[in-house]
Design a protein around this ligand. Structure first.
Ligand code: PLP
Length: 369
């Protein structure tokens, strides 16, 4: 990213964009188009909705947690009607509820189902395959929109196989980048559907960008500095191999949970099949404040843990284990948490770090050639 700024209308930039777009398709596993915006994930959410729908359209959303809530609020603010399936921020999307809501919609008023694949606020990963199945079981024409902001490059995701019409992502999580790039990966159904949208937010419109992307350019000034980083990030992921990257996250996620189970802290995610391999959100013991613990660890050990968001504020803290992360980095992180809890007089069972270390050592031993 320290590359000198390049003429974004010059010949070299066109080649870089063309290369990036081809590799991005491999990452999303789509034969459709990948649109990259100079935006955060929130911009990419807005882009997806304003490209597809019309003011007053109805969409279906599930309350997995804070980010589902923010996306739902955004949808309402731009004039969409949202059928909101409420939940307790401790479970992923319930496909049965999606299926019945769609079956009840006999006039097919619902135009889109939007879900967060990995809820970053509570470390809960929903099963996209069952949600796709639910939409199909209801025989409903609704579009399927999935936010993969904190799951792309950490958790198995194959857009074409899952029949996700629009996948929304951002640069700052599994892509190991600073914030600043937003993504919409879209299939042909979504692109065709977008032709009837009456929202008038020209900056986000897919068709203009797709047209210019054909030669590697953008209708506006792209975030060219970040493109150099993205190019490298995509190379790193593809060189390691997507399956290996996902497997590395699975092992690191499991090692983290071995430690947290030993400590005796409750995982905010109640269903073990929905544990996230990107983040683990832990509930503080009664009478203890998560942000006080985070403050101690930040001030004394110079390590920053994720805060509890929305209704989880001060009740949970989060350990991130995604992106450019390896076993020793995770062990450093877990050591910081265990030390910090002792320093802050938080009650816990010692030995989480040792248990995670044993788990990783045994796992490596089994895979040694
Ligand atoms: N979706 C998820 C799952 C997220 O974790 C985030 C941010 O952390 C967002 C959307 C919003 O992205 P941004 O903060 O980049 O606008």
């Amino acid at each position: 990213m320290n590359h000198p700024t390049m003429d974004h209308r010059g010949p070299e930039f066109g080649d870089i964009t063309t290369d990036i777009l081809a590799k991005s398709k491999q990452l999303f596993q789509t034969s459709g188009d990948v649109i990259i915006y100079p935006s955060s994930g929130t911009g990419a959410w807005e882009a997806a909705l304003t490209n597809l729908f019309n003011p007053g359209d109805k969409i279906l959303a599930f309350e997995t947690g804070y980010f589902a809530l923010l996306w739902k609020n955004l949808a309402q603010k731009i004039g969409l009607e949202v059928e909101w399936l409420k939940s307790d921020w401790r479970h992923g999307v319930d496909p049965n509820q999606i299926e019945s809501a769609l079956k009840n919609d006999q006039v097919k008023a619902i135009k889109g189902v939007m879900v967060i694949h990995n809820e970053t606020c509570n470390g809960i990963t929903s099963d996209l395959r069952s949600i796709r199945q639910a939409i199909d079981n209801a025989n409903h024409p609704s579009l399927f929109l999935a936010d993969v902001v904190s799951s792309l490059g950490t958790t198995a995701f194959n857009q074409d196989k899952l029949g996700v019409d629009v996948a929304i992502c951002a640069s700052q999580k599994g892509l190991m980048m600073p914030p600043g790039l937003g993504f919409n990966a879209i299939n042909e159904k979504a692109l065709n559907y977008s032709k009837n949208s009456k929202f008038s937010q020209p900056y986000w419109k897919w068709d203009r960008i797709i047209e210019m992307n054909k030669t590697g350019y953008y209708p506006y000034t792209p975030a060219s500095g970040l493109f150099f980083g993205l190019n490298e990030a995509l190379d790193m992921i593809l060189e390691e191999g997507l399956d290996q990257v996902i497997e590395r996250h699975r092992i690191l996620g499991e090692a983290c949970r071995v430690a947290t189970d030993t400590w005796g802290l409750d995982n905010q995610c109640l269903n073990s099949s929905e544990y996230s391999d990107s983040t683990t959100a832990l509930i503080m013991p009664e009478g203890h404040n998560a942000d006080e613990l985070r403050k101690t660890i930040y001030n004394e050990l110079n390590m920053s843990l994720g805060t509890g968001l929305g209704q989880l504020k001060s009740k949970v803290f989060r350990i991130g284990h995604l992106g450019d992360m390896n076993e020793l980095m995770l062990m450093g992180t877990l050591s910081g948490v265990e030390m910090g809890m002792q320093m802050a007089d938080v009650p816990f069972n010692k030995g989480g770090v040792q248990a995670a270390l044993n788990f990783l050592a045994e796992n490596n031993k089994a895979n040694m050639s």
